[in-house]
Write a protein that binds this ligand. Structure first.
Ligand code: FAD
Length: 458
């Protein structure tokens, strides 16, 4: 990066919010995938105006800019792959307003998702999207990835709560999309286009979010099953019985073993699958809903069912579930390929047996858990990529996972996005013309391709 450019960006954001120190660069070189690459500089702007000035300069100079929230993404989407500038939005972390009358909140992108949820709950309000990373990840990152979470089964994903955006385009111009009204049909829906665009169309600097009133009460249970098929059949049968849980999380045998010492109940000896199910609504409805869920579980073969006796016990169930992804590292496999495929819910039992077959056929350990209520599974292939033969088997298994998903009418990513890791597979799902249109849209927003170049498109 040219010295003059370094000086100009430093002047815009201030010396304390800019660095080219190798130790600092290292901290902004990776996300939760295994990919890392050093930026040439990092800048932490404090306002829309600063973002706009930085982008305007970068655009003139053809400097690549990699927007970044907390760096918890799992696909390398924020990783600065060709040097350039890591533009980290975490300083812009104000909850500007919460409006109970309109049921909206106006926030900056660096707000941590879990902190927003706590804040709105003080007003009796609810922001449902709950990625398992919510104690660290940012709303800006959630918007850019279209993040989901366990509660998506009843309440939808981030996309369903974004009403309006302030967006700084690659040339530094600032646009506003959407409205803060409950309805609005003026022009194309640019808000929906930007959600999930992985930092490639602009930098999000303000977000108007929809809120809903907090449900009065919740009820939580876990159920153990002798096999994965019975658990996935239960999920389908819940919906067939017109029961709408707010979460229905699945854990396979290996996942249960990983978290069993964190669960506040005894795990039965033959527990090959577990469901964590939560319902909510008016207080009086909770016992009836839980009874219906229990019946579905029993009818599908659950051996042990534990209803949380207190809020603390429900919290313990959840904290074990949320610790799932990081604890995989403790299994001792040098590498992990993490896919987050999603199939129509009714195809979940078939998808789970496909995964078992793919693992057996390619001799690859596959650990699966995730948001079964949405048909969304985190499929973790555990292997040693330094072993050439095992790497090839792993790659074949990944390809078969994608093929099986698409054959069942699913999608190769339910919530993590494409970034770098899933780039080779996007053409399997989006046809040539569809990709051409997407590339054309990118060109309109960012003609010089400075924003997050090298991502998403093969
Ligand atoms: C343990 C763990 C559990 C997880 N669980 C879930 C889950 O349940 N559901 C789920 O959906 N994801 C989950 N994730 C993935 C990740 O947390 C989400 O993708 C999250 O939305 C990323 O937010 P972030 O702030 O870390 O963004 P980053 O990782 O920093 O960036 C992600 C993408 O957003 C872009 N970006 C960030 N901020 C902006 C901005 N202001 N403007 C424009 N672009 C921007 C980046 O360029 C990049 O493309 C999990 C990750 C981990 C490590």
């Amino acid at each position: 990066m040219k010295k003059t450019l370094v000086r100009q960006i430093l002047e815009i954001v201030g010396p304390e919010n800019f660095s080219t120190d190798p130790a600092d660069l290292k901290c902004y070189s990776y996300d939760a995938s295994s990919i890392s690459s050093l930026p040439e500089a990092i800048a932490l702007p404090g306002s829309t105006e600063e973002v706009s000035q930085v982008l305007s300069l970068a655009n003139q100079e053809g400097l690549s800019v990699f927007p970044r929230g907390a760096g918890t993404g799992t696909t390398g989407a924020s990783v600065p792959i060709n040097g350039g500038l890591a533009l980290c939005l975490t300083r812009m972390d104000r909850i500007i307003s919460i409006n109970p009358g309109d049921l909206t909140a106006l926030v900056e992108p660096g707000v941590v998702t879990g902190e927003l949820q706590e804040e709105v709950s003080r007003h009796g309000l609810f922001y449902p999207p709950d990625p398992a990373s919510m104690r660290f990840c940012t709303i800006g990152g959630n918007v850019a990835t279209g993040a989901g979470g366990p509660r998506a089964v009843k309440y939808g994903v981030t996309r369903d709560y974004v009403m309006a955006l302030e967006l700084v385009l690659a040339d530094g111009s600032v646009i506003h999309t959407g409205t803060r009204t409950a309805k609005g049909v003026v022009g194309y829906d640019l808000t929906r286009l930007v959600v999930g665009s992985e930092g490639m169309l602009g930098v999000v600097t303000r977000i108007t979010l929809k809120l809903i009133p907090s449900p009065e009460a919740e009820g939580t249970l876990i159920a153990f099953f002798p096999d994965a098929k019975s658990a996935s059949n239960t999920v389908v049968s819940l919906f067939e019985s017109r029961i709408l849980p707010r979460c229905a999380e699945f854990l396979d045998k290996m996942s249960i073993e990983l978290i069993s010492d964190q669960l506040p109940v005894v795990v039965p000896e033959r527990a090959d699958a577990m469901l964590l199910i939560e319902v909510d609504g008016v207080r009086e409805s909770i016992p009836r809903q839980l009874e219906e869920v229990k019946n579905s579980c029993k009818n599908c073969g659950a051996t042990d069912i534990h209803v949380a006796k207190s809020k603390d016990q429900a919290k313990a169930f959840w904290s074990a579930r949320q610790g799932m992804a990081p604890s995989i590292r403790t299994l001792g496999f040098p590498d992990k390929i993490n896919e987050d495929i999603c199939v129509p819910r009714s195809c979940l039992p078939e998808m789970i047996s496909e995964l078992e077959k793919i693992g057996r056929k390619n001799r690859i350990t596959i650990l699966s858990f995730g948001h079964a209520g949405d048909g969304n599974l985190h499929v973790n292939l555990l292997l040693d990529l330094s072993d050439r033969e095992e790497k090839l088997r792993g790659e074949a298994a990944v390809m078969e996972v994608m093929e099986a998903t698409l054959a069942l009418g699913g999608t190769i990513s339910g919530e993590h996005g494409i970034g770098l890791t899933k780039r080779p597979f996007i053409q399997m799902e989006i046809d040539k013309r569809g990709l051409e249109i997407m590339r054309g849209i990118k060109k309109v927003f960012d003609p010089r391709n400075i924003l997050n170049p090298g991502k998403v498109f093969p």
